[in-house]
Design a protein around this ligand. Sequence first.
Ligand code: ZN
Length: 138
Amino acid sequence: MKSIRKELWFNIKNRREYINITQEVNEVLNQSGIKEGLCLVNAMHITASVFINDDEKGLHNDFEVWLEKLAPEKPHSQYKHNGYEDNADAHLKRQIMGREAVVAVSEGQLDLGPWEQIFYGEYDGLRQKRVLVKIIGE
Ligand code: ZN
């Protein structure tokens, strides 16, 4: 069995941001030489997500509005977690949007549906963040 482990680093300029990382994940798969297996992609931060959905700006705006209804950032004082921190909403948003995505690898390709793209979702940015890609197979 072959395996590869890579970290993808991002300099996040906003508090909340969505980055399409499909191409970067695909490059890791190409480096691995793996033809059949599984690809795990996970956020390495507890205020960020990896998820699969459409690369469509309107939808990303809908995520923002929906997440702000479920876990509004402000007022910061509404959350017990916000003593020295102000990111309770970011922990909750990450919980809703998920930690990781797993994609099948078939015939050397990420076996995604026609509109499926892999995203890194950031909810407490303004600093360097990273995503783990682990692919196993043969
Ligand atoms: Zn926190």
